[in-house]
Design a protein around this ligand. Structure first.
Ligand SMILES: [Zn+2]
Length: 347
């Protein structure tokens, strides 16, 4: 425990962690983030120190404060240089990914294949892709795909699919982003962006440019300033820090990605669809249930075997009611249909 300073004794240390148990992640007193998730739940990550939310949900200001605290920690020794470098690399990677969304031509990469770079380029060339001809963002995406399908868990078919089917989509999206960047549009919800969209969709860059120029000339200086700001943001220096260089891991059976996918549980046999109709809401009266029992006794062994095959109690009551309806009125079309459903379902 190099990060926990100043315990007087082993007993004190033990007591401390015993007392801290309710407050750690999953504990009843844990100060969780609680942000609403798209899945419908809430985020159960611990909130950052001094913040209400976790790093993911805290927003840019909380992230900046977190970085400043981390920096102070680096200076006073509670954060190791490795931790700091790792966090900085992650931040640089995130910044690059965001910048690439605006302009995929920006230089940089988030994965370093090291000595495998040549093998990667050769594998791409084999399928007719010149890696140097791709935008850095797209080439970076392809490197990750290559590592996933050729290195982590080799799957030639999946790799081919990535290059033949997914790569063209990536390139098309990148081309569109480049067209927007060339028009100087960073926010696609602006008036100028709306004017350019249709022309751009049709592949007519000149018409889009003309539309934007016309709007730019006509509109107030506010939008001009907006566009200029966008340009400056693009021209600015990018963080040069690459993500951690990738080093091949020794093969081990415990590495998740090297293991084959787990077998999915077999799907339960679906019951045939029930006949449409409102379920009965009348409570089951004892005398009614007794009458249903009579009907079952009278029906014979074959029907009784069907009754035994129904598993849930409320389904059994339904079964008996449908049987009784059918016995009492064999010519009724609805009763016939409901009884036939049971016969088919339990055959
Ligand atoms: Zn959260």
């Amino acid at each position: 425990m190099p990060r926990i300073p100043g315990f007087k004794s082993e007993t004190q240390r033990e007591r401390f962690f015993e007392g801290a148990k309710p407050y750690v992640r999953g504990g009843p007193l844990a100060r969780i983030c609680g942000a609403k998730l798209r899945t419908g739940g809430v985020c159960t990550q611990l909130a950052l120190a001094g913040e209400k939310r976790c790093l993911r949900h805290g927003g840019p200001d909380a992230a900046r404060r977190y970085r400043e605290r981390q920096k102070a920690g680096l200076e006073n020794g509670s954060v190791t240089p490795e931790e700091w470098a790792r966090a900085e690399a992650r931040r640089a990677r995130n910044a690059l990914m965001w910048a690439w969304r605006k302009d995929p031509r920006l230089p940089g990469r988030t994965i370093d294949l090291g000595p495998d770079e040549a093998a990667f380029a050769a594998a791409a060339a084999e399928l007719g892709v010149d890696v140097d001809g791709l935008y850095p963002a797209v080439a970076d995406w392809l490197r990750w795909r290559w590592r996933r399908h050729q290195k982590d868990r080799p799957d030639a078919a999946r790799w081919r699919k990535a290059v033949r089917e997914e790569l063209p989509r990536q390139r098309a999206a990148a081309d569109e982003a480049v067209a927007w960047a060339d028009l100087g549009i960073t926010d696609r919800r602006t008036k100028a962006a709306r004017a350019a969209r249709a022309a751009l969709r049709a592949g007519d860059v000149e018409r889009a440019q003309a539309a934007v120029d016309a709007l730019r000339a006509a509109s107030s200086t506010a939008m001009g300033a907006d566009l200029r700001r966008g340009r400056e943001a693009h021209g600015g220096p990018l963080t040069p820090l690459p993500a951690r260089p990738w080093t091949p891991r020794p093969a081990s059976d415990g590495w998740k990605r090297r293991l084959p996918d787990r077998q999915k549980a077999p799907k339960p046999q679906p019951m045939p669809p029930r006949p449409v109709g409102r379920p009965r809401r009348v409570p089951d009266r004892p005398d009614e249930l007794a009458a249903l029992g009579e009907v079952l006794r009278a029906a014979g062994p074959q029907v009784r075997a069907m009754y035994e095959a129904v598993s849930r109690n409320e389904d059994r009551v339904k079964f008996l009611r449908d049987l009784a309806d059918y016995v009492n009125a064999p010519d009724d079309a609805g009763a016939q249909r409901r009884w036939l459903w049971w016969v088919q379902a339990l055959r």
